[in-house]
Design a protein around this ligand. Structure first.
Ligand code: NAD
Ligand code: TYD
Length: 361
């Protein structure tokens, strides 16, 4: 049975990936989820799989070399899928240091521990061991608003925010391990994700949550910035396909050719909420265009991101499956069904869940 070490599996994409992997492989794989549970890590995301015999949660910090080394010593890890990171641009602008610590040092620790566990005396690596580093298209910088230029795997790195600079640095470390040691790794650079379990500091869940409560919908700058949105399950599938079918040492961009201006996203969410909320739901009265509020722009706000997913399509056969109109409905339906999740996340109550679930184990 193949054993996966997933870092950051209690976060948004990590928890969706774990669900995806158990749906796909069921009892054929074992997953060890290592997460320190920052404000963004939430074990409630994994409630329905936590009792599986082939799933283990370990609370550990990826910057803690001894703790990570111990996990490799005690388990024969076949695959590392490295999600753990500080992930929010606005937080990185306020407090860059923790981004450098987690994203750069944490990645160095993960690489070093995997290398020590997998390296043979002749400097080659044990058969079948693979490391996948999950990264972002934001490392490539910003594209002009021309609708014709794209990020390719060959696009030079030009990060602007402390977040993207820290992710670019972590990518460079992975590339250095590939070049120096022939370390068996891949990098994926994905566009903006949306879907269930996304923390409501990011645009889409924030707008859904605020609109339902009749709170202001903050639009940074003029709302014309463009992001390329991908449904999170499509990303999870892409990660798995790259790890199984990708050429070791290669980078693959993952994106869905789904560019939207921020203001467009907000209008789509408002329209979809109105369409989906039952006539007698009191929240209907809250949902209104009047909530849209233009606020001060983000510092260094990148204009446009857009991925060219040509390589992953040609070499691996991955393509996005979820159209935005369908994905946003699924996402909104999920938030309707998980009002308690949103309440717990916004009140910080989910941290108590960990204490109650894991303190006596
Ligand atoms: P997230 O913030 O929702 O989750 C991050 C997880 O990492 C949390 O569970 C957190 O507790 C954990 N973590 C943070 N610091 C840690 C540490 N020191 N040790 C152990 N665990 C730690 O992030 P996300 O949106 O799920 O993103 C996951 C990965 O995907 C990140 O590497 C991010 O850069 C990348 N990515 C995200 C997007 C996106 O749109 N969200 C797009 C492309 C790539
Ligand atoms: P975000 O979800 O933070 O992702 P990223 O910055 O990694 O792309 O933001 C997406 C876009 O939405 C970005 O252009 C900033 C903008 N934005 C707002 O206009 N208002 C908000 O409240 C937030 C959180 C983001």
């Amino acid at each position: 049975m193949r054993t996966y070490l997933v870092t950051g599996g209690a976060g948004f994409i990590g928890s969706n990936y774990i669900h995806y992997m158990f749906r796909k492989y069921d009892n054929e794989i074992r997953i060890i989820n290592v997460d320190v549970l920052t404000y963004a890590g939430n074990l409630e995301n994994l409630k329905d799989i936590e009792d599986r015999d082939n799933y283990t949660f370990i609370r550990a910090d990826i910057t803690d070399k001894d703790a990570i080394q111990k996990i490799f010593d005690e388990n024969d890890i076949d695959r590392v899928v490295h999600f753990a990171a500080e992930s929010h641009v606005d937080r990185s602008i306020k407090n860059p240091e923790v981004f450098v610590k987690t994203n750069v040092l944490g990645t160095a620790v993960m690489l070093n521990c995997a290398k020590a566990a997998w390296e043979l005396p002749d400097g080659s690596f044990k058969e079948g061991k693979k490391f996948l580093h999950v990264s972002t298209d934001e490392v490539y910088g910003s594209l002009p608003d021309d609708g014709t230029s794209y990020f390719y795997e060959t696009t030079p790195y030009s990060p602007h925010s402390p977040y993207s600079a820290s992710k670019a640095s972590s990518d460079m470390l992975v590339k250095a391990y590939i070049d120096t040691y022939k370390f068996p790794a891949n990098i994926t650079n994905c566009s903006n994700n949306y879907g269930p379990y996304q923390f409501p500091e990011k645009l889409i869940p924030l707008i859904i949550n605020n609109a339902l409560q009749g709170k202001k919908l903050p639009v940074y700058g003029n709302g014309m910035n463009i992001r390329d949105w991908l449904y999170v399950d499509d990303h999870a599938k892409g990660i798995d396909m790259v790890q199984e079918k990708g050429k070791l040492g290669e980078t693959y961009n993952i994106g869905g050719h789904n560019e939207k201006r921020n203001i467009e996203i907000i209008h789509i969410i408002l329209d979809t909420l109105k369409e989906m909320l039952p006539e007698n739901d009191p929240r209907r009265a809250n949902v209104s265009e009047d909530l849209i509020t233009y606020v001060e722009d983000r510092k260094g706000h990148d204009i446009r991101y857009a991925i060219a997913p040509d390589k992953i399509k040609a070499e691996i056969g991955w393509e996005p499956e979820t159209m935005f109109a369908e994905g946003i409905k699924k996402t909104i339906a999920w938030f309707f069904e998980h009002e308690d999740w949103m309440k717990n996340v916004t009140s910080g109550d989910y941290q108590k869940y960990y204490e109650s679930m894991y303190n006596n184990r």
